[in-house]
Design a protein around this ligand. Sequence first.
Ligand code: ADP
Ligand code: MG
Length: 660
Amino acid sequence: PGTERPQGRVVDDEEGGVLFLSGSHHSSSSSRYGYASIDKQRQRLPVFKYRTAILYLVETRATTIIVGETGSGKTTQIPQYLKEAGWAAGGRLIACTQPRRLAVQAVASRVAEEMGVKLGEEVGYTIRFEDVTKPDVTVLKFLTDGVLLREMMDDPLLTKYSVIMLDEAHERSISTDILLGLLKKIQRRRPELRLIISSATIEAKSMSDFFRMRKKRREPENEEHGLQVEPVILSVEGRGFNVQINYSEEPVQDYVQAAVSTVLLIHEREPAGDVLVFLTGQDDIDASVQLLNDEVQTTGKHSSGLIVLPLYSGLSRAEQELVFSQAPRGKRKVIISTNIAETSLTLEGIVYVVDSGFSKQRFYNPISDIENLVVAPISRASARQRAGRAGRVRPGKCYRLYTEEYFLNHMSNEGIPEIQRSSMVSCVIQVLDDDAKLTSPTGFQVAEIPLDPMVSKMIIASSQLGCSEEIITIAAVLSVQSIWISGRGIQKESDEAKLRFAAAEGDHVTFLNVYKGFHQSGKSSQWCHKNYVNYHAMRKVLEVREQLKRIAKRIGLVLKSCESDMQVVRKAVTAGFFANACHLEEYSHNGMYKTLRGSQEVYIHPSSVLFRVNPKWVIYNSLVSTDRQYMRNVITIDPSCLLEAAPHFYQLQQSNHLLR
Ligand code: ADP
Ligand code: MG
């Protein structure tokens, strides 16, 4: 690429060795899309002013840090600038990572649209179980940071990439944090590799401190190449109008209900403009969508003209497109989202934000060794970021479903990076290097499978036990959020439908029954509808299943069905998930179990077919915490299989639990 000089004013901040570029303010033209040509829209984005500066820095520095507000154009524009400047010439690829799958898909399809190409050709994406790229054709590749980490296993120096942009670095996902460390090492071996780290403004200061700390160390190898190794921070000022903040006067008991009432109030009293509601996950989002739609249908008066749409990972492409498309004239769009809309995705037209104050976060308890997805309070930094989503097109309003006192005195200032609150098992197995070799062949096989190590171990065991067909089906079902259709108002019907498939062994075998029925129906969507089974989830299961079968064959596993011998299926599950074994506390009379590892109190989740059945010994697939710790996807086990599956693990505990 040809060297271009930056046009902006470059200020050398001597103390930190950090360059800040400041430019004039962006024009405040209307950003309602659909009117201007794509080129005009692209040029209006704040990041466009820095195009030359960015290209100059990427050419002269090994690492460039770019900080800019959500919506300033980092994700969609910078990869295109790099391509335009020639970084994809000669068969090389430009990569841009995102922590979330849905963001990868949405951003890739937006960029393909801007470039006027078909998704999967010049612009493609890869997420777990889905590779939409074309060898020798794709030059811009969007991928999750987890997928990039896995690519390192086949190609440790990531030789096919010329530039890697680690986006959303402020999220500090585990994979991003690990990648940061590994990419620095790769750069020592491959000085031509360029790294761009980009993030929203919220943690800019700690990011820059992180790199300042490393300033003192000299890395002479790279300086020989005439390349400056000190990273540089470029900050792009965003647009951003005032956002008026409204707090709840009283603490809110039920934030789903409160969110719904707030949306209706906004719709009744406030002028046109779309609404973005932050809830935590599929369950509460589906519930509020349903409540709002009920309202639209029954009262009509207050809520006519509302279009209510959910936004969470796992939506089909068509559903995603609805979220991003403009509402018809006279209609108001209400998007109810997880915190994916906090920084990863930009939604146009939002003027009102409703913030529940919560998000789902991964927490790991090193004492009990249990990793949980927990609904937890967000930080003040997140709350500000959420409010900012209301001020992109014009002055907006944010409704916080918590009190001002709570915001000021009880919210933590910044979130805790995921790496500090997660189990590292799957990451560590994936990235072990020369110093920490995997010691057994099973270890290697486990590392080959793009799944949680426990699931991988279960699949490998199933090959030895002769039930790999069944276990691969189970693993595929466990990889989707839920195969059931749920929601308020249809609970009874869906519970009854579930009973038709229920197996005494538990949820895993129940899944096999559902899969069998689905298969026998010719994979029919009517069949799914009739049985309260989620058709999209089942399509995904089929897809994942195919991919798992390919991987299983590649690593030499035997594909075989055990027909109806569910005993071996339970054995295989036990082999993988022995660490999640629990024992019913019979004296408790309320279905309380204790985990064998940590004597933690856990209960069977109401969605399980074993709910209220309470068998003596069970193994769960995952835990969810709400008021209690609930086990999701539970299967009965034979305690003797535990000893068989993991003698090293249960030896010491025998006297305590197993022989009781
Ligand atoms: P950043 O990464 O800095 O948060 P993006 O590059 O994601 O910003 O978005 C830049 C702009 O591109 C947004 O402000 C919006 O106008 C537009 N945009 C992004 N994604 C879409 C989409 N799916 N549909 C329509 N416009 C979009
Ligand atoms: Mg972005």
